[in-house]
Design a protein around this ligand. Structure first.
Ligand SMILES: Nc1ncnc2c1ncn2[C@@H]1O[C@H](COP(=O)(O)OP(=O)(O)OP(=O)(O)O)[C@@H](O)[C@H]1O
Length: 786
């Protein structure tokens, strides 16, 4: 971009700077006078134009910038060479970003006059307010982005008097423009619907009709080359086309919203306690990472349950508070218990999703490939290659703002962890504008790879025992006071619980959380006697919980539930649970009793909403180390049981037009999930039944193949229910999982050389889904027309 600079003698000169390396600058927002009045690029290069009225605005902006300690500033009249079409086109597509990146934006209101003696405090409303409300500035097209893009927008009268900024004048600006406060305060514009954003420009005008559309490019984060002469209709058509493609691309990219994952994790873990993570802000390693431009990667490591995830949640909150509005912050929380967020491609997808949500113009890097490949770009066998290339390009994009990338629980990334680690190691030294934080357990293979990163700071929780111990102490007090209040402990009991927890916690948050959860189930009068039943150390505690389950009257049922929850590919709902465990089948309408049964499974499980989760990854890890207790016949048998139950429940419940949409071409975007949802019990089964069949085979030393009985059941299902299954997959927005499932099923069937008609049936079924995926994905009932 080209910036103006004021010399000591008061002269102005132009200087070219790279967008990436631009010095801090101020930017002017104003309304244009007659062309002859504005100082142009030629004027400045030829040293003319000083007698034009527009020169006053340059002097104003230069003087304000000087007062604010800024040497450079930008004004659209003279910093763009409009005679150069390519430059003009590039400027139109960059302007939003230039306004956003400006340190200050000064709005010069030539039609608002304010006496130098007016003080805003004395008159309410101030005498200039009426003129302010009527100012032409609020009626022009380009000033919309000039209002929204910068973090700081200050308003000045024609006498150069400061009237206020978009914070102090937010009420008036909201009333004049109809733009919600949150958008004025800097909320990502992607949070507002396309129609809402379009409505903001309704009463605004531009000199050239096409500019009405072009002035919205930055507000939607899309690029189009201006074609003056195409008319408003043509310009808007191209703009809306681009917006449509952008929205589709972001929709396809989204796997989960990591912001929702963070919220869910905090809630399932009992809520984030600020006082228990604030120590990090005073920690010298953290400060070094935050303040030293050379420190690019902060790696927080510690044993299970030491509070890493909650610490990262806290850091995300604190960075959000302390960084400037233009900084990007993207995070991802890996969870081994959920196959949607336990792999390297999911990490890149999640990080990218939040980056483009905050800076939509970055989508251009994804669109190049997505326009050709569609959603498959993020899901096919080459997804990692494509995503890592896109990510690299984004990190190298000169328009990328300062960025924080945060990845929690690398140890829970179960698929392609080495690739992800190498990627982080390489990319963390690419750009000084990008800072990373990652967390992991003390695993040697993670250590080995992350050690290779230059510019890193390592923060080991075990080496910060004093801070962690104080933080755990605060947590203990908080939890015990909660318990004491809820259970009405007397002082003696409360102090004994405090003492026991403080002396046995061993700096492990999770241990405290689990013991408190257990104490919550014990009657007040039995509390003191039971305290010693909570041994120190996570494993001892888990062992005890397991022993209690084994001794209880419901041991078999609890173990079956634990085995199921341990082996499913994503957390399942209570309804899904009833369909997958035979003995729970009758409880589909009695979820309260089911909740009680889950409560009997020690404190291994937690329910949030209607979904059952492991209380912590370490609880699941423990169950696998004690596999003989919950999987007496091995994990393969547990997979087989889920496969077989899934086939039964699908055969029983899937039917045509389950959501009563009626019309064959009814678009999926408009399909609403009915309540009660006819797919509630079979959703999981529909997506994962083949995976369980596959893992029954692949995990085992003995290759079971598909025996005659299962062959018959599968054949029957495909012949009678295949189209309903495809409809269900479409309603679950999981058609691509269906394609993969049919590929796996075909591969398994190949082993039955004695059953050619079975193989042929599955081949045909596979070809069918591959050919019609698009149609069924868009309209679930299309299955009936095919
Ligand atoms: N700041 C905090 N506020 C509230 N609860 C906390 C906090 N820190 C830790 N906890 C409690 O401790 C438990 C364990 O913390 P967390 O899951 O963050 O540990 P972790 O180090 O990430 O464990 P792992 O490596 O096994 O995943 C949480 O479930 C939560 O109950």
């Amino acid at each position: 971009m080209r910036l103006l600079r004021r010399s000591n003698t008061g002269e102005f000169s132009l200087t070219e700077v790279g967008d990436e390396a631009s010095p801090p600058y101020a930017i002017l927002s104003h309304t244009w006078g007659a062309d002859t009045e504005e100082v142009t690029f030629e004027d400045l290069t030829n040293g003319t134009g000083k007698d034009k009225t527009g020169y006053e605005k340059i002097r104003f902006c230069g003087e304000r910038a000087r007062q604010d300690g800024l040497q450079y500033f930008w004004i659209d009249t003279c910093c763009i060479n409009k005679a150069n079409d390519a430059e003009l086109s590039q400027a139109i597509n960059s302007m939003f970003r230039w306004y956003r990146n400006a340190t200050r934006c000064y709005v010069y209101l030539s039609d608002v006059s304010s006496s130098p003696f007016d003080t805003n405090e004395v008159f309410n409303p101030p005498p200039w307010e009426l003129d302010f409300r009527k100012s032409r500035w609020f009626t022009r097209g380009w000033t919309l982005q000039e209002l929204l893009a910068p973090g700081s927008v200050e308003f000045f009268s024609q006498e150069w008097k400061r009237l206020g900024d978009k914070g102090s004048l937010k009420q008036q600006i909201h009333e004049i423009t109809g733009i919600p406060d949150s958008a004025l305060q800097g909320a990502p514009l992607s949070q507002f619907s396309v129609n809402e954003r379009l409505s903001w420009k309704e009463r605004r005008h531009t000199k050239l009709e096409e500019d009405k559309a072009y002035s919205l490019l930055g507000i939607f984060g899309v690029y189009i080359s201006p074609i003056y002469g195409e008319g408003t209709g043509g310009a808007f058509k191209r703009l809306l086309d681009e917006i449509g493609k952008l929205e589709k691309c972001i929709q396809d990219l989204r796997l989960t919203d990591p912001r929702d994952d963070k919220k869910r994790i905090e809630e399932t873990k009992g809520g984030l306690l600020e006082d228990s993570y604030h120590w990090i802000l005073e920690n010298s390693d953290f400060q070094r990472w935050r303040d030293d431009p050379q420190s690019r990667l902060l790696w927080i490591k510690g044993d299970p349950g030491k509070g890493k995830t909650m610490l990262l949640c806290g850091i995300v909150n604190e960075l959000k508070k302390s960084t400037v509005k233009t900084d990007l912050l993207s995070c991802f929380f890996c969870q081994a218990t959920d196959s949607r967020i336990n792999n390297a491609t999911a990490v890149l997808r999640g990080l990218l999703y939040l980056l483009v949500d905050q800076q939509p113009s970055l989508v251009s890097h994804i669109r190049k490939k997505h326009d050709h490949a569609g959603k498959a770009l993020f899901e096919d066998a080459n997804a990692w290659v494509a995503l890592s290339e896109i990510f690299t390009n984004i990190l190298q994009d000169s328009s990328l703002n300062s960025t924080y990338l945060i990845v929690d629980a690398l140890d829970e990334c179960e698929v392609d962890l080495p690739k992800l680690l190498d990627f982080i190691v390489q990319k963390s030294c690419v750009s000084s504008r990008v800072k990373w934080i990652v967390s992991s357990r003390n695993w040697p293979d993670i250590e080995e790879r992350l050690e290779m990163a230059g510019h890193k700071v390592r923060l080991c929780l075990e080496l910060n025992a004093e801070s962690v111990s104080t933080a755990v102490g605060i947590y203990i007090r908080h939890k015990v006071l909660q318990l004491a209040q809820r259970k009405k402990y007397d002082d003696k009991t409360r102090d004994a619980v405090l003492d026991h927890l403080s002396s046995h916690a061993n700096n492990t948050f999770l241990w405290v959380a689990l013991v408190c959860q257990n104490l919550g189930k014990i009657p007040r009068w039995a509390t003191l006697a039971k305290l010693d039943a909570f041994p120190p150390g996570l494993n001892s505690l888990y062992e005890r919980m397991m022993q209690q389950i084994c001794d209880s009257d419901y041991a078999d049922l609890c173990k079956r539930i634990l085995a199921l929850i341990a082996i499913v590919y994503r957390p399942i709902t209570l309804k899904e649970l009833t369909s997958l465990v035979e003995t729970l089948e009758d409880m589909a309408d009695d979820l309260e009793s089911l909740r009680e049964i889950i409560g009997l499974c020690g404190s291994f499980l937690a329910i949030r909403g209607d979904t059952v989760y492991f209380v912590h990854q370490s609880a699941k890890d423990f169950l696998f180390t004690e596999a003989n207790k919950i999987f007496p016949s091995g994990t393969e048998e547990a997979h087989y049981a889920i496969f077989s139950r899934s086939l039964q429940v699908m055969s029983r419940t899937l039917r045509r037009d389950m959501y009563n949409v009626g019309a064959l071409g009814y678009p999926i975007d408009q399909v609403k999930q009915p309540d009660p949802d006819p797919l509630a019990a079979s959703r999981y089964s529909s997506i994962y039944w083949v995976d369980h069949l596959h893992d029954w085979n692949s995990n085992s030393f003995v290759n079971h193949g598909i025996d005659s009985q299962d062959k018959g059941a599968i054949e029957n299902f495909i012949r009678k229910k295949y189209l309903y299954w495809l409809e269900a997959l479409s309603l679950c927005r999981s058609m691509s999982e269906g394609v993969l499932a049919m590929a796996k099923l075909n591969a398994l069937a190949q082993r039955r050389a004695d059953a050619p008609s079975f193989i042929k049936l599955l081949q045909d079924a596979r070809l069918f889904i591959m050919h019609h995926i698009q149609a069924i994905q868009n309209s679930p009932l299309q299955t009936a027309a095919l």
